[in-house]
Design a binder for this molecule. Structure first.
Ligand SMILES: *Cc1c(COP(=O)(O)O)cnc(C)c1O
Length: 395
């Protein structure tokens, strides 16, 4: 045995953690002790939670749980291999077909998460000698995909399609151009200018890839997302969705042409080199798709209530930025202020997580109110009442 008392190569971690704590940037997990729902228990705390992406209230819906139990009884739990070996089962195929029908595309491909779908898809579409353009506020998984691709990465200011247009004009010499964007931004709750982005993509012969993670099941007449909402689906070449937010299960998917999917099956590394999802996750997603088809009032009511909540927050004098969705930031600026308001609300029975750098830019710390269909009027009124009482403490 060697002497291990002097060689401590991980000592820097404790110093870094201390530094984060001093800056109000250290994060902790709180253990949830109830199912994921609007009425939540976190360790010994109990109250109303505005801190999930379970937008349609399906994560703990018994129809999904029953579908999982049934599928597990039939086929067992584990999938045991990557989809290219023996991991791809009939139930994955059925979900991919149903998703293609739902999305109105030729084909879809399931990944083990939305993160894997984004990282795998971007890096399969572009490489060295290509250029990828991304909105500054894109999700981390899109940025990681850009880095993995080793293509030139050009970041444009949030929503600034004019700037993108000028950047793209300078990329004539590149082999391929890819524009990637969230459709509904996860922290600001605003929408990408998809019509203008589609124009830019056409003008510069670029591929347009849109990540609908927060919009699937919520936006659009049939719940397909923002591209459906603004009528540009046919101009979006690559659409990404997640099964883990409004759909209430786990997994991600890419929707597009048959050849796009075949390419990803061959070239998307997180697809090729990772075990397939347990089939039962697909059963849950199919049960959720049924709800999305048969209960459109859920998304209508959610967006309706979100609009009224935004108006009330503005009336109380809170800064809610550019939100136009069920994701509503209350911008505090300073990380410490955001943490304190979150704590005060928790004392009042409402969980609204503080979002700090590096998730948001410096000086943009906020509370992120995530509204779901399961939040009834009295819960929303309760939150507004608590915020009104706290307003003077947080000028
Ligand atoms: C959550 C999220 C993802 C990742 O999806 P998971 O299924 O949770 O891995 C991708 N893109 C955006 C914009 C997200 O908010």
């Amino acid at each position: 045995m060697s002497d291990n008392t002097t060689h401590r190569p991980l000592d820097w971690i404790d110093r870094e953690l201390d530094r984060l704590a001093q800056q109000d940037l250290l994060r902790h997990r709180t253990t949830r002790t109830s199912p994921q729902a609007a009425q939540l228990q976190l360790e010994s705390w109990q109250g109303v939670s505005f801190g999930s992406n379970d937008y349609l209230g399906l994560a703990a819906d018994m129809r999904l749980a029953d579908a999982v139990a049934g599928a597990t009884k039939m086929d067992g739990w584990g999938s045991g291999a990557s989809p290219l070996v023996t991991g791809y089962a009939q139930i994955h195929q059925r979900l991919e077909e149903q998703l293609a029908q739902f999305e109105g595309t030729e084909s879809t491909l399931l990944f083990s998460s939305g993160f894997a779908a984004n990282a795998g898809c971007v890096s399969a579409l572009v490489g060295p000698g290509d250029v990828v353009f991304g909105d500054r506020k894109n999700h981390a998984s899109l940025f990681d995909g850009c880095r993995l691709s080793r293509a030139d990465v050009r970041v444009y200011p949030h929503g600034d399609w004019r700037r993108l247009d000028r950047l793209a004009a300078k990329s004539k010499g590149c082999r391929r151009r890819l524009i990637v964007t969230d459709s509904l931004f996860s922290m600001d709750g605003d929408l990408a200018p998809l019509v203008q982005l589609a124009d830019v993509a056409e003008r510069h012969e670029a591929i347009l890839m849109v990540d609908e993670a927060h919009a699937t099941g919520v936006f659009g007449p049939s719940g397909r997302g923002v591209a459906e909402h603004v009528g540009v689906e046919h101009r979006v070449h690559v659409r990404v969705g997640t099964l883990s937010k409004a759909i209430g299960s786990i997994g991600g998917f890419v929707a597009g042409s048959r050849s796009l999917v075949e390419w990803l099956v061959n070239r998307a590394r997180p697809y090729v080199f990772s075990t397939a999802l347990p089939g039962a996750c697909c059963a849950a997603a199919m049960a959720a798709l049924d709800v999305i088809r048969n209960e459109p009032h859920r998304r209508v009511q959610l967006l309706d209530r979100a609009e009224r909540l935004r108006a009330s927050l503005r009336q109380q004098g809170w800064q809610i930025g550019t939100s136009e969705s069920q994701i509503i930031p209350i911008v505090l600026g300073d990380a410490g202020r955001a943490v304190r308001l979150s704590e005060r609300l928790r004392d009042e029975g409402f969980y609204v997580p503080a979002i700090r750098p590096p998730t948001v830019p410096k000086r943009e710390a906020c509370l992120r109110v995530s509204l779901t269909w399961a939040h009834g009027e009295e819960m929303i009124e309760g939150l507004l009442g608590a915020l009104a009482r706290l307003r003077t403490e947080f000028p």
